[in-house]
Design a protein around this ligand. Structure first.
Ligand SMILES: [Zn+2]
Length: 571
């Protein structure tokens, strides 16, 4: 490829609306352009990298027996109504009508369509198991698209669906995909972790997210410093640690003026915040509920919502709570009537705790659940684990990191096969629902995650396997015929050797070409300059290390072929 004819419009300025490195760099390196909010054109450089990621995915899916197909982005409403998701998916489902007023959506996912496809043509246990996948454009009408390809409204995904006769078969398919995903992300050069995850709106029990570790990540993960435990902060949990017994003291009511927060109460009474129990009122759909939690802990509303099984969960309005002498900031569990009380698992184990008195600006000391001072309707794990806590599986301690979710695998069990009637006939002649799994990889997100993990102040540092091109050849001066000819010869030789190479023939100053080479992030730069050429050499710069060396012109094609091969083999 000749740079003079390549559509790779680099920018010197950082675009104003780009917040994270991958978004900034993809715009600056001339890889993509915004068309509308959350909708992008992938310019040739990005598209080359995307195709490489797609091919890695294809190879790994095919290796596990996956069959590629392609379903439409446009899906009729009827199949979503049949699964029950048309009504519950919300505003993110991009709904459209055709000229006859018939409802469709632009698919955010394809469980419905693949189920319908499968049920019409597969009948017998003899046809199972199967794995079907596609790499396709998906739509999600995000309220706030941002971070470039991280949270866009139109995006490319690989989605695979497994169909098995029973749970044991599903476990085999799931484990195969776990392995395939690990291979895909390793080959893309990502530093990632598979973590236990919430299965969210897709449903079903059993899920892992594959997290690329990066500061810009939207997800928080907790992982053990000793064993391989890792989970998203949404689901990470552990049994409460045992508490040393204390003598239960008599309850005492004390004035705590202007102490509406846990920190203020703790400072005023000169106690640590973990001696306090917070009393929080929530509105779960229309029902008022109370949640009790240790003062230094944070309520995990995802766990709470899961426990309550409600559609909507929010903190209650002050007007709903402040009745009688109760005042927000001074609420407690004693004397609550007609409202269900849920407590995090640590609360019933605590001795001599401090709670609000429900009586003006006062608190109660030495309250003990174990003595029957207050009641709890249900105890559950309702909090976030925190960095430094003991691991749920071993004696190690938890560390926290941020991650970009690049893939997720789910066991769907029979959720969709039952609602959409995907049944097969067993060897015994009995009809049973097919047991399904679904497995997604965000292709654009993977690309963005690679850039988040691998860049510096000058630009992108591509891992060889997903670099748009492997090498750039730069003649230092386009007016010196000898250099131009030598560079052209190196370019021809590399091309003939099967290397993906760009010849920067743009007639720009060398400095501009070097800057663009670093920004675009070619793994190898070959510079053809008068001084080294006089010695029969060209200069090679390795982007990821900054290392510079001279290689004889006669050996350059062989040298680069070897380097590219070694880099492709490296993890
Ligand atoms: Zn551990």
């Amino acid at each position: 490829m000749k740079a003079s004819k390549m559509l790779a419009p680099t920018l010197r300025e950082v675009p104003a609306d780009a917040e994270i490195s991958s978004h900034k760099l993809m715009l600056r390196a001339g890889m993509m352009r915004k068309v509308a909010s959350g909708v992008y054109t992938y310019l040739p450089l990005a598209w080359r990298s995307i195709k490489k990621i797609e091919n890695i995915i294809r190879e790994e899916m095919d290796n596990k027996g996956g069959q590629e197909l392609l379903m439409p982005a446009v899906q009729p409403a009827e199949i979503w109504q049949e699964s029950g998701r048309w009504g519950v998916y919300g505003a993110e489902l991009w709904r459209v009508k055709d000229r006859n007023g018939r409802d469709f959506c632009l698919g955010p996912t394809h469980e419905e369509l693949i189920s319908v496809t499968f049920r019409n043509d597969v009948r017998s246990y003899k046809q199972l198991p199967q794995m079907l996948y596609q790499i396709q454009t998906k739509y999600r009408d995000e309220r706030r698209p941002r971070f470039g390809l991280m949270r866009s409204r139109e995006f490319i995904m690989k989605d695979l669906y497994s169909f098995d006769a029973d749970e044991a078969g599903l476990s085999v398919s799931y484990d195969m995909m776990y392995d395939a995903y690990s291979r895909v992300f390793s080959r893309c050069g990502l530093d990632f972790r598979p973590v236990e995850a919430d299965s969210g709106a897709i449903g079903g029990k059993g899920s892992h997210e594959f997290m690329a570790l990066a500061e810009a990540g939207e997800s928080a993960i907790l992982y053990c410093d000793t064993c391989d435990y890792a989970a998203t902060d949404e689901i990470a949990g552990r049994d409460p640690l045992p508490v040393a017994a204390e003598e239960m003291l008599a309850i005492e009511k004390v004035d705590t003026p202007n102490c509406a927060s846990v920190e203020e109460v703790a400072a005023f009474l000169n106690v640590p915040t973990n001696r306090i129990v917070k009393t929080m009122y929530y509105k779960a759909d229309e029902e008022l509920v109370v949640v009790l939690i240790r003062g230094d802990r944070t309520i995990n509303e995802i766990k709470l919502q899961g426990l309550l099984g409600c559609n909507e969960l929010m903190l209650a309005d002050n007007a709903d709570i402040e009745q009688g002498g109760s005042k927000v900031g001074y609420l407690g569990p004693i004397g609550i009537e007609g409202v269900k009380i849920y407590a995090d698992a640590e609360v019933p184990l605590m001795y001599n705790v401090i709670v609000g008195a429900n009586d003006g600006e006062r608190h109660l000391l030495n309250v003990n659940y174990q003595r029957g001072d207050f009641k709890i309707d249900q105890v559950a794990d309702l909090r976030y684990l925190e960095e430094g806590e003991q691991c749920p599986h071993c004696h190690g301690h938890l560390k926290m990191a941020r991650g970009i979710e690049v893939g997720q695998i789910f066991k769907l069990h029979t959720k969709y096969s039952e609602s959409l009637h995907v049944y097969y006939t067993g060897e015994d002649g009995v009809e049973r629902p097919v047991v399904m799994g679904c497995y997604g990889i965000g292709v654009g997100r993977t690309l963005a995650a690679v850039i988040e993990q691998s860049h510096d102040d000058d630009g992108i540092i591509w891992p060889m396997a997903v670099a748009p091109y492997q090498v750039v050849v730069i003649p230092v001066n386009d007016r010196e015929e000898e250099l131009v000819q030598a560079a052209g010869k190196v370019y021809d030789e590399l091309t003939a050797a099967g290397i993906e190479v760009v010849l920067d023939d743009r007639g720009e100053r060398a400095g501009v070409k070097f800057k663009d080479a670093d920004l675009i992030g070619y793994p190898v730069r070959v510079t053809v300059g008068a001084k080294s050429l006089a010695r029969g050499n060209v200069e090679v710069k390795i982007r990821k290390t900054g290392e510079m060396l001279e290689v004889p012109v006669a050996e350059i094609a062989g040298w680069i072929s070897d380097y590219v091969k070694a880099e492709m083999a490296a993890k």
